[in-house]
Ligand binder design. Sequence first.
Ligand code: AMP
Ligand code: MG
Length: 471
Amino acid sequence: MTLHIPFDNSFARLPDGFAAFVEPEPVRAPELLAFNDALAAELGLTKGSDAELAEAFAGNVMPQGAEPLAQLYAGHQFGQYNPQLGDGRAHLMGEVMTDQGRRDIQLKGSGRTPFSRSGDGRAWLGPVLREYVVSEAMHALGIPTTRALAAVSTGEIVLRESPLPGAVLTRVAASHLRVGHFQIYAARGQMDHLQELFDYAVARHDPEAKDPVDFLKGVIARQADLVARWMSVGFIHGVMNTDNCTISGETIDYGPCAFMDRFHPAQVFSSIDRFGRYAYSAQADIIVWNMAQLATALVPLMPNQDEAIAAFTDAVHAMPEVVRNRWRHHMGRKIGIAEATAEDVTLISDLLHLMTENQADFTNTFRALLDGTARDEFTNPSDFDIWEGQWRARMAQEVAPDEVMATTNPVLIPRNHRIEEMIAAAVSGDTSLFERLMSALASPYVADPAYTDLRRPPTEREIVPATFCGT
Ligand code: AMP
Ligand code: MG
């Protein structure tokens, strides 16, 4: 059987000016490191041999029907507008239709494009496996995300701070449209492009939207829910630039991201985020800022500018409340409340406050609420006792709090020190830790005794203080 992908490309059909049609740059000795059979089946792929998969997903041989291209977009990076970014090391192979809708298949690390600027177009093994593990873990947690279809080592060296083994990731997404896609055409005053992109995005993601305001509200709803979900599992994205913010509402671009161990609302992992712009709790605010940038880019599409500005301003001003409601919903469920109300917010906030003071592990503390052992997670257990009394009283009003908690409080998250350990092993040729993490994280809500060690937070020596952007 040879590899067959039932491509049905739409982005490539857009008029000129949205992409550069460039082939991936071949690599010396591609070898298949990982392949996601379940996802391949969803995409309707017919698998070939490992060698054939390696050639295809390294970018050496494009499967029939692929129309590789690099997309153009701009974006605000740490608040600064960069007028031209684009796929500097990624190639969209094409799209397929699935039961869940259209999906992009994109190579990342597949060589230089006209948008590479000073970059080498490559990725190294560490970030490729990190994204593979974390994006698939995110999916298993039930949080919208791009997926990982394949990881291929290239047999080539990539130069970062030191020479490192190269790799290519194949990413699958509901689309790769980002806020930055709209920004570039608005900033350049290319109204035809902006309109075409808008029509394309509406058809793909919001077929019900009547106008740009409706469309914005759809993106706002998805992004508000996404960020609230991230916060409910202690996830810090790390680089919420507008070019890393999707229209689909999927998590994208796993760079210096991490799941928190010890809870602290101001936690930052990215070594380049010196002012905490993208700290854990700042995510709820910055997503509103990002949506304001999308709104700004959409304004020229409206016939009446004054009315447009008023309507967009209202939508953006309403967003913090939308985020708070989604946060309350998801966090409430973690303490067993099926649908938390405004009165429940104090109970949730008090627990988080006590967890901060007691350096409690985020994941284990919430899971321990279900197991009845949460007290042990606190350095000063009597802090927990007072809160517990109030919580138990509130729980008495709920129908099935344990069921709610069992599906919202994971046992396993991809802890940073485990990822670093996995990457170190993979660099020396041992992918067994990668495979073990993948198996464990496929069922994050199940307490499997085989993976008890993966529940343990890092010791002082194991703590990874920062994840670097040397991707
Ligand atoms: P990121 O920080 O990964 O979201 O990337 C931001 C921008 O830099 C995007 O336009 C990327 O395509 C580009 N970029 C990142 N790394 C590289 C690289 N090694 N070579 C070329 N472009 C890159
Ligand atoms: Mg990016």
